[in-house]
Write a protein that binds this ligand. Structure first.
Ligand code: SF4
Length: 309
C-alpha cells in the first residue's frame, strides 16, 4: 500500500486544478510505499552500524558541543572541522564560557574556518540564552527540570562554572537534559531551537536528534540529494517547493523511536557523504540500491535483461 505525503494531498483536494497542474503536483509528490520506506530505513541503519566514520561529535550528547560541530560543518569539510572543533571547545568549553568572551576572541578562534557569520550567530545565541533563558525561544521559564532528581550531582561542560561577567552569570537552571543526562540550557525541541539566532531548520533537527535523541527530521544538501534520488528523482532539491516535499519524505522515513532516529539521521548523512555523493553514485555498494529509483545497478541489470530477450 502506498503512503501519500499528506500535506501535498491536502492541498490538491481543496482547489480546482487544471490537468496540467495536477500532473505537475503528482510529479512533485511521490507515493511512498510502506515496504520501501521500511526496507530503506532498515538497510540504511544496518549499513551505518558497520561503516560509520569515527567522528568525535558522534560520541557526545552535549547539546552545546553538537551545536558547535553542526555550525562548523556547514559548508566545510569534516577533515577541516576536526581540529577547529577540539580547539574551540578547549577555549570555550560551555555556552557560558562562550557568552562571557568578547566577540573578537570568538572570531579569532574561528579564524581559518571562514563564514564568520556562523561564529557571530553562535556568540549572539549564547549571550541571548544566558540572559533570557527560556524566553530566548519564546517560553516562560519554568525551572522545573532543574529540580528533577536526575540533575543531582551531574555537572557538564554546558553548565555554569561561576566565572566571568556578572550580567551573563547564569543563575537559571538548565532547561532540558540531553540523552546522556547532560543538563542543557538549550531546548530539546526542534521548533524551539529554530527561534534562536543562526539556527535554521536543518541545525534545529540535528541538535534535537543528535543531542536529545528526539524523533526529528533533518534535510541538508546531502540528505536532500539522497532522498530525491531514492524516492523522487523528478524533484529538484534546489527548488524551494521541492525541498519542502523532501522534508516530508525525510519525516516519512524516520523510525518510531528517538534513539533509532539518531542512528537513522546519522546514517542518511553518512550515505550522502560516502556513497551517494554529488559527484559520484556508488550504487554497486549502496545499501539501499534495491529500493532506489535512481540506482545505476538496477538500470544496468534491466538493460542486460532486455538485451538477452
Ligand atoms: S543506489 Fe545509487 S543513486 Fe541510489 S542512493 Fe544508492 S548510490 Fe545513490
Amino acid at each position: 500500500m502506498g503512503t501519500a505525503l499528506t500535506a501535498v494531498r491536502g492541498k490538491s483536494t481543496r482547489r480546482a486544478t487544471s490537468p496540467r497542474s495536477a500532473a505537475k503536483k503528482r510529479k512533485r509528490s511521490p507515493r511512498l510505499k510502506a515496504e520501501a520506506l521500511r526496507e530503506f530505513g532498515t538497510k540504511l541503519r544496518a549499513w551505518y552500524r558497520r561503516n560509520a566514520r569515527d567522528l568525535p561529535w558522534r560520541k557526545t550528547r552535549d547539546p552545546y558541543a553538537i551545536l558547535v560541530s553542526e555550525l562548523m560543518l556547514q559548508q566545510t569539510q569534516v577533515s577541516r572541522v576536526l581540529d577547529f572543533w577540539h580547539r574551540f571547545l578547549q577555549r570555550f568549553p560551555s555556552l557560558q564560557h562562550l557568552a562571557e568572551a568578547p566577540e573578537g576572541q570568538v572570531l579569532a578562534q574561528w579564524q581559518g574556518l571562514g563564514y564568520y557569520a556562523r561564529a557571530r550567530n553562535l556568540h549572539a545565541l549564547s549571550r541571548r540564552v544566558l540572559r533570557e533563558g527560556a524566553r530566548a525561544w519564546g517560553d516562560e521559564p519554568s525551572g522545573s527540570v532543574a529540580s528533577n532528581d536526575a540533575s543531582v550531582g551531574k555537572e557538564s561542560s554546558n553548565v555554569s562554572h561561576g566565572t566571568g561577567r556578572d550580567d551573563l552569570r547564569a543563575t537559571r537552571p538548565p532547561v532540558a537534559f540531553a540523552a546522556d543526562g547532560t543538563p542543557s540550557w538549550l531546548p530539546a525541541e526542534a521548533e524551539k531551537l529554530r527561534r534562536l539566532p543562526g539556527i535554521g531548520a536543518y541545525t534545529a533537527g540535528a541538535v534535537s536528534t543528535f543531542a536529545f535523541e528526539r524523533r526529528a527530521a533533518l534535510v541538508d544538501t546531502n540528505v536532500a540529494r539522497v532522498l530525491a534520488r531514492v524516492f523522487a528523482p523528478k524533484l529538484n532539491p534546489k527548488r524551494p517547493r521541492d525541498f519542502t516535499v523532501l522534508w516530508q519524505i525525510s519525516e516519512a522515513t524516520l523510525p518510531r523511536t528517538g534513539k533509532a532516529s539518531w542512528t537513522h539521521n546519522q546514517a542518511l548523512m553518512e550515505l550522502g557523504a560516502l556513497v551517494c555523493t554529488a559527484r559520484v553514485k556508488r550504487c554497486e555498494v549502496c545499501p539501499v540500491s534495491r529500493v532506489c529509483r535512481s540506482s545505476e545497478t538496477k538500470r544496468t541489470a534491466s538493460k542486460r535483461a532486455k538485451s538477452v530477450r
